[in-house]
Write a protein that binds this ligand. Structure first.
Ligand SMILES: CC(C)(COP(=O)(O)OP(=O)(O)OC[C@H]1O[C@@H](n2cnc3c(N)ncnc32)[C@H](O)[C@@H]1OP(=O)(O)O)[C@@H](O)C(=O)NCCC(=O)NCCS
Length: 170
């Protein structure tokens, strides 16, 4: 199991994962969609920061893969904005639905933290999740996340409570 730069070899498997999310009405994370965008171009654009929409910051997208299968995606933002400080934080992630509950979310976040330290120089990161996303909260806590606070946000016109965790990267 490893984190890789999103690549063509896994597009078909990623599309299966997108279908699994649709079948189970999963929200909370959207995988890069090879059917809707040029994934390689988008990954490169976010990595360099050139041509991003207003308010967006540089980010590194990585796919968790094993034996030819797409298992999940993580996106690591290179800096926080006032908006990401309230909702989004440094790292977002999703595991394909059919693989939930096997420790992959915990493992992928651990690998993302390692990447953030080794490649981006972070010693601590902010990770947020919806207050009722208990699986994500657990994943963050198992990676050493310390709850800073819970704040009110409005996302897509809906009032939500967001947990904000800081994780020190050893
Ligand atoms: C959050 C997510 C990444 C977790 O992935 P995963 O591979 O299932 O995670 P793990 O197996 O490593 O661990 C899940 C933990 O949450 C716990 N958990 C799962 N569902 C839970 C629930 N409804 N209530 C409480 N705990 C729950 C599991 O018991 C496990 O903890 P444990 O090891 O102490 O038993 C996955 O559910 C997902 O992709 N969700 C959709 C996208 C998303 O919400 N992303 C996060 C945005 S902040």
């Amino acid at each position: 199991m490893k984190l890789i730069t999103p690549g063509h070899a896994y597009y078909a498997s990623c599309l299966e994962a997108i279908q699994e999310y649709a079948d189970h009405q999963v929200t909370g994370y959207s995988f890069l969609n090879p059917a809707q965008c040029d994934v390689a171009e988008r990954v490169a654009r976010f990595k360099t920061g050139k041509g991003l929409p207003p308010g967006y910051v540089k980010a590194t997208y990585l796919w968790l893969v094993d034996e030819g299968r797409f298992l999940g995606e993580t996106s690591i933002r290179h800096r926080l904005t006032p908006s990401l400080l309230r909702y989004g934080g440094h790292i977002g992630y999703g595991i394909r639905h059919n693989e939930w509950g096997r420790g992959l979310g915990t493992a992928m976040l651990a690998m993302s933290l390692g990447y953030a330290k080794d490649h981006l120089g972070f010693n601590r990161v902010l990770i947020t999740c919806d207050d009722d996303n208990l699986a994500s909260a657990r994943v963050i806590e198992k990676n050493g996340g310390i709850l800073q606070d819970k704040i009110k946000n409005t996302v897509g016109g809906k009032a939500i409570t967001t947990r904000r965790y800081w994780v020190d990267i050893p």
